[in-house]
Design a protein around this ligand. Structure first.
Ligand code: PLP
Length: 532
């Protein structure tokens, strides 16, 4: 309920200066009145018309919201996983302009049910098997709430020391969980270190820009007559033809040429192929400077051979960045850690705890071997960001490590999750998903109408009905139309393939079995129609 109370002035608006003063007095008086009574609703200051939800109301609504979210997540599997709405559905359901006068919280919540929920794709449903997982857990949600409550912006150490220091230590913890080489850790006097970026796309872009800066400097040193523009026009980056589109995009944003490297029969980039391209480009006067390897490609979860690519990049003075957005979480399990062998040759490495490590979006962990490469590339020091101790060498200013100045206190999510699951809990979680994917793979293999299209290494199974692309497209279309499970396709060697990713925190064997039953039933109907 909204309640209107006067600020105690009852005066009409005057000059802006008066306005501000009136407002100040009014708020002070309002605050003292509030403390006199047990208010549990919103107040409107009549002078300035600001509606506020006070602490008592926030406590009540906050508890309700926790219940709402817990109910949602507990019952999510009974919802249709993919929404049944058409593009543009929402505009006609809400006014065309923001309300002039305040509305009640109840009205807002009613519209969450009426307007928002029908248009939600339920990523946390155990029936969601599209893309890669978007991690979620209760400890991470609570940490996110605390982050919002603290509302601090940790762009420099001084802007919020705990925000900076916890991030550095959490990235060291996580680096140790992955058994990253010592070089990547900040420790107390290391040259490397970790940072939380928003997304893997940002991490790739940062790595590419840092590599570009380093390459320009290096060429300029040996050939001072050459202009920066001329050098940049000759720079060439490389990545797999199977790499995520964000890598090509980083090249476009960074204004450098980027070439796609062909993959072998396992969809992996091999050193021999890259070596030939580098030699060709050098002979044509170009400057190879950056290679983005992928561990766990988006279409089929393939792994570039970094044990052979790493030495090549090192020898050619090419910055090697590793994008392990999805697969990276699995490296905390000793049995999957060999997939990361070769990381010792990399200059930077990144993966997304927000995909598979139970940390809610956004949280993308990036490490560099030499943090000066990253920091030095984009360092600016305006007076308003200066503080004591800045030059002591003891502080980290994360504003130099990424694109935005402002940054949320995201390491709280890591801290809560690491402590409440423990490394053993997180490993068990990863292993369960991989086992479920193996179960799905076995079921596919048993049905002779289907084929497996790529090796199943982690929680992703690529499969298709033997037959035409049209047949598989029709199968996926029907699945999406019915909305009981949700999958997305990919192209492998030009063929239309279905991707079944184990995604949900609550996905169990029965969900995987139900999904397979649904897929086979739809396939039987489709094949019958096809042959009649
Ligand atoms: N790299 C790979 C291998 C991915 O699979 C994805 C997304 O699935 C990305 C990058 C992009 O991730 P983000 O949304 O964190 O930028």
């Amino acid at each position: 309920m909204n309640k209107s109370i006067t600020c105690g002035t009852g005066r009409a608006r005057k000059t802006p200066a008066n306005d501000f003063q009136t407002h100040r007095v009014a708020l002070d008086r309002t605050a003292s009145r509030r403390s006199d009574r047990k208010a549990n609703c919103c107040f409107t200051c009549l002078t300035c018309n600001i509606v506020t939800m006070d602490a008592a109301e926030f406590r009540r609504r906050g508890k309700e919201m926790v219940d709402f979210v817990a109910d949602y997540l507990e019952n999510i599997e009974h919802r249709r996983v993919y929404p049944d709405v058409e593009p543009g559905y929402l505009r006609s359901m809400i006014p065309s302009e923001a309300p002039l006068e305040p509305e009640s919280y109840e009205d807002v919540l009613k519209d969450v049910d009426r307007v928002i929920m029908p248009g939600i794709t339920h990523w946390q449903s155990p029936h969601f098997h599209a893309y890669f997982p978007s991690a979620s857990s209760y400890p991470a949600l609570l940490a996110d709430m605390l982050c919002g409550g603290l509302g601090c912006i940790g762009f420099t150490w001084a802007a919020s020391p705990a925000c900076t220091e916890l991030e550095t230590v959490m990235l060291d913890w996580l680096g140790k969980m992955l058994q990253l080489p010592e070089d990547f850790l900040a420790g107390t006097k290391g040259q490397g270190g970790g940072v939380i970026q928003g997304t893997a796309s940002e991490a790739t872009l940062m790595a590419l820009l840092a590599a570009r800066c380093k390459a320009v400097k290096c060429v300029h040193e040996s050939d001072p007559q050459r202009s920066e523009a001329d050098i940049i026009s000759k720079l060439i980056a490389y990545t797999s033809e199977e790499a995520h589109s964000s890598v090509e995009r980083a090249g476009l944003i960074g204004g450098v040429g980027i070439r796609m490297v062909a993959t072998d029969e396992h969809f992996s980039v091999r050193a021999e192929t890259l070596e030939k391209m580098v030699a060709e480009d050098k002979a044509a006067g170009f400057i190879p400077f950056f290679f983005c390897a992928t561990l766990g490609t988006t279409p089929s979860c393939a792994f570039d051979k970094i044990t052979e690519l790493g030495p090549l990049c090192n020898a050619e003075n090419i910055w090697m960045h590793i994008d392990a957005a999805y697969a990276g979480s699995s490296f905390i399990c000793p049995e999957f850690r060999p997939l990361l062998d070769g990381v010792e040759f990399a200059d930077s490495f990144n993966f997304n705890p927000h995909k598979w490590l139970l940390v809610n979006f956004d949280c993308s962990a990036m490490w560099v071997k030499k943090r000066t490469d990253l920091i030095g590339a984009f360092k600016l020091d305006p007076v308003y960001l200066k503080y004591d101790n800045q030059e002591s060498g003891l502080v980290t200013d994360y504003r130099h490590w990424g694109i935005p100045l402002g940054r949320r206190f995201r390491s709280l999510k890591l801290w809560f999750v690491f402590r409440m699951y423990g490394q053993s809990g997180l490993q068990a979680y990863i292993r369960k998903h991989v086992e479920l994917a193996k179960v799905f793979e076995t079921m596919v293999k048993k049905d002779k109408r289907f084929e497996i299209c790529a090796e199943v290494v982690l929680g992703l199974v690529c499969f298709r009905l033997k037959g035409s692309d049209e047949l598989n497209e029709a199968l996926l279309k029907e699945m999406t139309h019915l909305g009981r499970i949700h999958l997305v396709p990919c192209k492998l060697r030009g063929r239309f393939v279905l991707r079944f990713a184990v995604c949900g925190r609550t996905t169990e064997l029965r969900h995987v079995q139900e999904a397979w039953t649904h897929i086979t039933e739809l396939s039987s109907e489709l094949l019958l129609k096809h042959h009649s």
